[in-house]
Design a protein around this ligand. Sequence first.
Ligand code: FRU
Length: 478
Amino acid sequence: MTETTFTLSRAEAFIAEQTAGVDQSFKPGAHFSAPIGWLNDPNGFFFFRGEYHLFYQFYPYDSCWGPMHWGHAKSKDLINWEHLPVALAPDQSYDHNGCFSGSAIVKDDRLWLMYTGNITLEDGTGRQVQNMAVSDDGVTFTKLASNPVMIGEDVPDINPADFRDPKLFEKDGRYYSVLAAKHVDEVGCIVLLGSDDLENWSFESIFLKGEKDQGVMWECPDYFKLAGQDCLVISPMQFPVVGDDYQNLNSNIICYGLVDWESKTFAVERIEEIDHGHDFYAAQSLKDNQGRRIMIAWMQNWGRKFPTHDLRHGWAGLMTVPRQLQLVDGKLVQVPFLTEGSSDWTSLQAGEHLESSKPWPIRLDLKTGLSQHWRLEAGSVADQLVLVWQDGQLTLDRTGLEHQLGGEEKEPLLTRSIRLTEGLIDVTVLIDRSSIEVFVNGGQASLSSTAYIAEHLLSFSVAEGQVEVALQNLNEIR
Ligand code: FRU
């Protein structure tokens, strides 16, 4: 395909003509996914004129990654989403190989986007350059005539072919952007750019440089303050495994630290994995009009098989449910935006079990304080996902699933666990047609994984103690 092949109007016409043919079998009912085609990172997640806007890495024409567009949707409640026209297509010389990830900010009641243009130069080498686009109505975007606004050659000590994913923020009347870059020392690093007007950008600092044992490249940074604490979210590729943590090929971490605004550098004090499931990557956050810090991530990991692509279902990729972030006693707490839980509780004693064939998505709430051993099975015996609480450990087990992960990743791929030394008090489980998300102890830990399960069957059994259970189909009450 030539450089000018991709346009917004071509994408819109394709979506309008082809979406009816998308196979809906595994399409999520309570998670955001694209109407058709491929989706990866959340982009431009921002609160604008009373609504939450979500953009995303999008290739409408196939269920696999391709030249990136920006898909777009908005929501009033972070639960129900309305699809909007494609916001960006790779139709310029400075983004012809893809409009890569980026972010949004509001200035003068206009919505501004900063994104990475992925390009190949005539000599065949790659470059990643930073571009801006602006919108008066929050729907139609105009790329600036002055693009690119920053190139990697103007940043010291980085490889200009790996310089991407700008995340905008404002501080003391000045605009900043943190970006991912590969340092010439072959480690990940975060670059800080600054601007007074969002149009003219300059290099400020190397905000943070990674260590040799912290992954080969850091993607999708996000800087914000949470309860007064400086936080830097990063998606490092090949972060080393430590016990039950960082088991995925690519992780998503939150660094707690301190920014020195003189030198414009971030000093890391502590690192935590955000989610302990198989699929949580490229998270991005916003602050809304109530001052809430809300995060959403791509519920997937690179280097894996994509079952809906292999099955030719015409779509691939979904987002996690958005979560409100809080810092409680120095610990990250994630409270998901979900349709309210049921007040219809059933009490199960040891040896008792509950079965359901309600269609998914389904929400299961558990009060488990008195039980040391219970088990949840989702799907049929031949195609089953298991969540088990035993010996102080909560384990999600994909061993019995028909659609296994596979891919370039090494073991351990089947299970993901969290050890809860303080015990397990409550659990909220969201099972959708292609995923499971588990939040424990009011959101003190979470496990998010894809799980493509055909039969909407559920069995919950208690082996020890007593558990209170509430179950509801989310489509019934939307
Ligand atoms: C992260 C990422 C980004 C890049 C985008 C391309 O998943 O690799 O670094 O901008 O995806 O689609």
